[in-house]
Design a binder for this molecule. Structure first.
Ligand SMILES: Cc1ncc(COP(=O)(O)O)c(C=O)c1O
Length: 459
């Protein structure tokens, strides 16, 4: 590999391993343009500069450029140098495993908050301050658990707002809850485990992650009191105790105790997914399960609902015995989560912006929920609304086939999901229910989304 650059042109990395002749240079440039590594408009270094960097004659470079200009790969204009031409290239084939962009006119699929309300200005203020005061060592690699500034802030916040028994030494910052599942699966496996239990309804990605780490997934039935602790099995379990995803029920108090007792007896790791704990609308607070036994329960939280999923910031509060193994797993995963984002979030919390944003958002989503519930009572009285006391979605028990409703909605540009979409085995799920995520649409689209929802529900 050789590289070249000059002050004005692009810095090039060209594969010129063997002969350093004109043909090799043509081939290397051609390959870089064809594969999109050098996109249209990229300005190449002057022939003199590239020749110097590659240790070849200037004429060789000039000849190679000349050939590529003649073939239409490059353009050369007096005064603007040699530039990659704008050729219609074959678009790369779509990668089938990537989620396809949702082209709904109105998106009421659950999962995302209203990202249009992301507090850009306040985040920018926090980022500027964090960057200004960050010590030099913050730009190097550090503790895989994450920055102590953020771990301290989170310990205070989680104790105050979620009743978590938190200590900065036991907190590990990770890249989304999905990484928490990955790291903890790896640890369960390393400790000799074979199986992690999950609620029968849940986010399929998390089941995929467990299986990708080489573990079996066992399904635990969920009813109107939450997951059934008598059905727990394996060496680990993922639960959403504050607000079951997606049925919306909180885990009943006696079941919270029973689940912790099971974990204690089985020597299992109980993973509490507190994904939307900030958004509870009724008076009765549902605190963290972790407080029942911090040595048995791993508490996990995320900024994906309270701020934005694109931040990829989440946190675990770990039992003492899991700190070392989880640090080891984090080191070999990505060593540590991006430092500057952590420092920004620490500053965002310290300055009171996080609490203000959560309070503002809670009010915003509560109004949306009330509007949805009121409208459905009038325009779709046969529909039973459940799971309304928290979170960013509700469940509608419908007197028709839920799949038909969702298909009809999609045809009209409205994105919805069914309860069976979340089941470990969708064909086994018989409850006819539609899940409506009211967090996603921006404000201006919400009334239209609700109107279309009422229409597809048949009224
Ligand atoms: C049940 C559940 N847990 C956790 C999360 C958050 O995941 P992450 O932090 O990886 O964005 C989500 C997000 O959609 C979720 O649905």
């Amino acid at each position: 590999m050789e590289s070249s650059g000059d002050a004005a042109g692009a810095d090039l990395h060209l594969d010129l391993a063997a002969a350093r002749g004109r043909n090799e240079l043509v081939r290397a440039l051609h390959e870089s343009i064809r594969t999109g590594r050098l996109p249209a408009g990229t300005r190449l270094p002057s022939s003199r500069s590239l020749a110097k960097d590659l240790g070849i004659a200037r004429n060789t470079v000039a000849d190679a450029y000349g050939q590529l200009v003649a073939e239409g790969w490059l353009t050369a204009r007096q005064g603007s140098g040699t530039v990659v031409a704008n050729r219609a290239s074959t678009p790369p084939a779509p990668i089938m495993s990537l989620p396809q962009a949702k082209n709904f006119r109105y998106d009421l699929t659950p999962g995302s908050p209203d990202v249009a309300t992301f507090p850009r200005g306040e985040w920018l203020t926090a980022a500027r301050r964090a960057l200004t005061v960050a010590p030099n060592e913050a730009f190097g690699l550090g503790d895989p658990r994450g920055r102590i500034e953020l771990r301290r802030m989170l310990a205070d916040y989680l104790a105050r707002a979620r009743g978590v028994r938190a200590d900065p030494e036991r907190i590990l910052i990770c890249s989304g809850y999905v990484q928490a599942v990955s790291l903890l699966s790896e640890v369960v496996k390393a400790l000799g485990g074979t199986t992690i239990a999950v609620e029968e309804f849940g986010y399929s990605l998390h089941r995929d992650v467990i299986q990708a780490r080489g573990l079996e997934v066992a399904a635990v039935p969920v009813d109107e009191l939450g997951a059934q602790p008598s059905q727990l099995t394996g060496q680990g379990v993922l639960l959403t105790p504050a607000h079951q995803m997606p049925t919306g029920v909180p885990l009943a108090p006696e079941r919270r105790t029973a689940a912790v007792e099971w974990a204690r007896d089985a020597g299992a790791v109980l993973i509490e997914d507190d994904y939307d704990g900030e958004f509870r609308y009724d008076r009765q607070a549902v605190g963290a399960l972790q407080a029942l036994d911090p040595e048995r329960v791993v508490y996990t939280g995320t900024a994906s609902k309270s701020l934005a999923p694109g931040l990829r910031l989440a946190w675990m509060v770990l039992p003492q015995r899991l700190i070392e193994p989880v640090i080891a797993a984090k080191r070999t995963a990505d060593f540590q989560t991006a430092t500057l984002d952590q420092l920004t979030l620490a500053e965002f919390i310290a300055s009171g912006h996080y609490d203000r944003h959560v309070r503002r958002s809670r009010l915003h989503y509560r109004r949306r929920r009330d509007r949805l519930v009121e409208l459905l009572a009038v325009r779709a009285p046969d529909v039973k609304v459940a799971g309304i006391s928290a979170g960013l979605h509700v469940l509608l028990d419908v007197p028709a086939d839920a799949d038909d409703i969702v298909t009809r909605a999609a045809r009209q540009g409205l994105g919805l999901a069914t309860l069976s979409n979340y089941h470990v085995n969708p064909t086994r799920s018989t409850r006819q229910a539609v899940i409506v995520g009211y967090g996603t649409p921006p404000d201006h689209a919400y009334p239209g989304a609700l109107d279309l929802l009422c229409q597809v529900l048949g009224v």
